[in-house]
Design a protein around this ligand. Structure first.
Ligand code: FAD
Length: 510
């Protein structure tokens, strides 16, 4: 096995960006350890509208959550096991984080990550980011946008990435190719054009199970290949951990990097006591309200949830504090567990919490690297009940939108929670029990300054207390952006690549 300059663990959203940028220099040798297979020539992955078919399938690591006393204990967290990671599986809704999101990171100790510093990375992205194409704009989604404007009094937004916003209704920007509905995922945009680079070595269906350390310096990664062979892949410059918000802390913990008492309790030898690993587990939970429609709705769509709404209830909030996806399908998977029935034809609005107050935790339950970690999101456990109240406000607002034309004429009846569920208490109970995730786990190896005891990486993405190793993926998010996070993850990848280039440039510290 040759020694590489860089070993990237995870050829996912951020990992694809970093591997692509590093191998632009032909003298730099990069190995990418990717747990899943290639996405090349796989239409079930590359066709955006087929995303739901991947949920829970063979390309999904499919993580359960722990018991959620105030929420829905049945939530499964899809995490893609394929080149491109979750950008090969998701709905590719593409928002650059708002200036207030980046500035919040800087205030939280991520020096150099404020809005002004981060803006240029959005323009570096190779993905094809475009508004939902006219031919994909379903008539009922158009009418939702008009009704939301009418009922809530928000402006219509054409091009959510054109300027910062606090509220608005409109069709999303997506990272896709409208002519054939092909994804413009991280792998499609950053790896497919460069697969013949001799300095890029992809190790597919290969699982990293432990980091190799020489004292405090990371020197490589222990992996199990597709054929079951155990190999050490060595890095002469750096190891870059890009395994995502679940698998990055999981790999660190199995390597003895994490809260000392937890590791000792499982008999994992402690290499570095880093109490923040696995803490600060963030997500964007949402609930659902479903209507039966008067007959079928038109078929055309980019991915069945093409439009949405942002609201700022609190004028003092620096960004939106309530968001909705509009689904052109009756999304009753969770309500059915409470006894509701799926109508033959229907639509859904999903009130979502842009800035949830509850914080969760990821931890190991076994020293065996094959055992999935426990994900305790602690949904709706915040002291002031802000998260649940956001969903209650959302359901009330959704009902106002449903009453407004031109949407009202499509809708036959509210299926769930149903018109009889009217008190705050009852709406909250329903909304929490049927809550689902939009699959945005983040924050489990958060970035912060040296005063932040729970920070895992410093603002240059280096793991505190170690050398030769950085993390770049959704796990470094100190706080959750108010918008969908994928573009933020791609920008973390671009910034990491630039940090690496500046380290090896003449005068850098390598
Ligand atoms: C169904 C779904 C819908 C979503 N919709 C949207 C959306 O519309 N817009 C949006 O902004 N965000 C969306 N998200 C969230 C977004 O996709 C993620 O936040 C983002 O892609 C995470 O990127 P990452 O680089 O942190 O991790 P990932 O992209 O998950 O990359 C991690 C990679 O590491 C690999 N890996 C993990 N562990 C190991 C290991 N030990 N050894 C080897 N390889 C390993 C995995 O196979 C994977 O390829 C969605 C997510 C899902 C799942």
């Amino acid at each position: 096995m040759p020694v590489y300059d860089y070993v990237v663990v995870g050829g996912g959203t951020a990992g694809s960006v970093i591997a692509s940028r590093l191998t632009e220099d032909p003298s730099v040798r990069v190995a990418v350890i990717e747990g899943g297979p290639s996405d090349v020539d796989r239409p079930e992955v590359l066709t955006l509208r087929r995303w739901m078919g991947l949920l829970g399938g063979e390309l999904d690591y499919d993580y359960p959550t722990t018991e959620q006393p105030r929420g829905n204990s049945h939530i499964r967290h899809s995490r893609a096991r394929v080149l491109g990671g979750c950008s090969s599986h998701n709905t590719l809704i593409a928002f650059q984080p708002l200036p207030s999101d980046w500035d919040e990171w800087e205030t939280a100790g991520a020096k150099g990550w404020g809005a002004a510093s981060m803006a240029p990375y959005f323009h570096k992205l190779r993905n094809n980011i475009v508004p939902v194409d006219e031919k994909d704009r379903n008539a009922i989604a158009r009418d939702f946008v008009d009704a939301a404007q009418e009922a809530i009094g928000v402006p219509r937004v054409e091009g959510f990435n054109m300027q910062p916003f606090h509220e608005g209704a409109g069709f999303f920007d997506l990272a896709y190719h409208p002519e054939n509905n092909k994804r413009s995922s991280a792998s499609v945009a950053y790896l497919h054009p460069f697969l013949d680079r001799p300095n890029l070595h992809l190790m597919l269906e290969t699982w990293a199970y432990r980091l190799e350390l020489d004292g405090t310096r990371a020197t490589g990664v222990h992996v199990r290949t597709k054929d079951g062979e155990e190999v050490l892949v060595e890095a002469s410059r750096e190891v870059l951990v890009c395994a995502g918000a679940v698998d990055t802390p999981r790999l660190l913990l199995h390597s003895g990097i994490g809260p000392k008492a937890d590791l000792e309790a499982l008999g994992i030898p402690v290499v570095l006591d880093l109490p923040g690993v696995g803490e600060n587990l963030l997500d964007h939970p949402e609930s659902v309200i479903v209507w039966e429609t008067d007959g079928p709705i038109p078929e055309n769509s980019a991915m069945d949830s093409d439009a949405g709404l942002f609201v700022r209830r609190d004028p003092a909030s620096r960004g939106p504090d309530l968001m909705f996806h509009f689904y052109q399908i009756p999304f009753t998977d969770n309500p059915e567990r409470l006894g509701y029935e799926r109508p033959e034809h229907g639509v859904s609005m999903t009130p979502n919490i842009p800035k949830p107050h509850s914080r969760g935790r990821l931890f190991l339950t076994s020293a065996d690297p094959a055992v999935k970690p426990a994900l305790d999101f602690r949904y709706f456990t915040d002291e002031d009940d802000y998260d649940a109240q956001t969903l209650v406000d959302g359901i009330r607002m959704a009902r106002e939108i449903a009453k407004a034309e031109p949407l009202a004429k499509w809708l036959k009846r509210e299926v769930c929670p149903g018109p009889d569920v009217t008190s705050d208490e009852d709406i909250s109970e329903y909304a929490r029990k049927v809550a689902h995730t939009v699959y945005h786990p983040a924050g489990t190896c958060r970035m912060g300054d040296s005063f932040d005891e729970l920070a895992v990486v410093s603002p240059d993405l280096k793991i505190r207390g170690l050398e030769g190793i950085r993390i770049a993926d959704a796990s470094v998010f100190p706080t959750m952006p108010a918008v969908n996070p994928m573009i933020g993850v791609l920008m973390v990848g671009e910034k990491c690549a630039e940090l690496l280039a500046s380290t090896t440039a003449p005068g850098g510290d390598a």
